[in-house]
Write a protein that binds this ligand. Structure first.
Ligand SMILES: NC(=O)c1ccc[n+]([C@@H]2O[C@H](COP(=O)([O-])OP(=O)(O)OC[C@H]3O[C@@H](n4cnc5c(N)ncnc54)[C@H](OP(=O)(O)O)[C@@H]3O)[C@@H](O)[C@H]2O)c1
Length: 217
């Protein structure tokens, strides 16, 4: 299964790419500059080359040709980027990992885009694709530390059940992480926004917090 990561040269996309490759996915890391994506892969291979992971550095256009595509650009470029790749993304599962945040003084505050969430904005930009929201609460640094299993729940929303199920299937491959069906994209707004709370906790408690839901058995 090939997964493309559009905007995969940032810490979050790169960390997720490495983690997905470490559990056997064929991952295409995309960038607006394929040269930059190749450099990122060279950096990864310097550390992890012996593992033989299937990772390539490509343009965003090429990454969007994969069977499943993750959007890992900054929040305000997710919908425009998806729209520009509409043809390549048609009919596919597109996973949006963005959080809309703004730094206000010493804090990060959540921003609310017109449809409530970035994922809903992306879905509106590419109506022929099945957009899910996931991975918001996983810190990039820990994503990239593949020798340490991550802990916590990955909250997943989408308007199509198949998009939720397929995203949860991917999460299930990652040790110790549990994907949870959180309903339609109407629920994506509080999930994305909650990241601001986690960042505040990280700062105050000098840690890297994540989310774990109790009571589900
Ligand atoms: N950082 C975290 O811990 C974390 C955790 C979970 C989720 N997230 C979310 O994941 C996403 C990526 O986070 P990040 O920290 O990796 O972000 P980032 O470094 O700011 O951006 C990721 C990549 O997006 C591309 N990009 C930048 N501006 C763009 C634009 N205007 N249009 C298209 N592409 C652009 C850049 O790649 P090229 O220049 O190579 O094209 C950049 O390397 C964000 O939406 C963030 O909210 C972050």
């Amino acid at each position: 299964m090939k997964i493309g990561i559009v905007g995969g040269t940032g810490p979050a996309g790169k960390g997720l790419a490495l983690r997905l490759a470490s559990v056997g996915y064929d991952v295409a890391v995309g960038s607006r500059s394929s040269g930059r994506a190749s450099e990122i892969i060279e950096d990864i291979n310097e550390i992890w080359g012996e593992k033989g992971y299937s990772l390539t550095g490509v343009s965003n256009e090429e990454a969007a040709l994969a069977e499943i595509v993750v959007l890992a650009t900054p929040w305000d470029s997710c919908a425009p980027t998806a729209k520009a790749l509409k043809k390549q993304l048609e009919g596919k599962l597109v996973i949006c990992m963005a959080n809309a945040l703004a730094r206000v003084g010493n804090e990060f505050h959540a921003l609310y885009p017109p449809r409530g969430s970035i994922a809903a904005d992306v879905q509106a930009a590419i109506p022929g694709s099945r957009v899910s929201m996931a991975f918001q609460h996983l810190p990039a640094k820990e994503l990239g530390e593949i020798e340490v299993p991550m802990e916590g729940d990955v909250l997943v929303c989408a308007d199509e059940q198949s998009a939720i199920d397929e995203t949860i299937e991917i999460v299930a491959k990652l040790d110790n992480l549990r994907g949870l069906d959180c309903g339609s994209l109407a629920n994506a707004a509080p999930v994305e926004a909650f990241t601001a709370v986690l960042l505040q906790l990280n700062k105050l408690y000098k840690t890297r917090s994540s989310v774990s839901i109790i009571g589900l058995g």
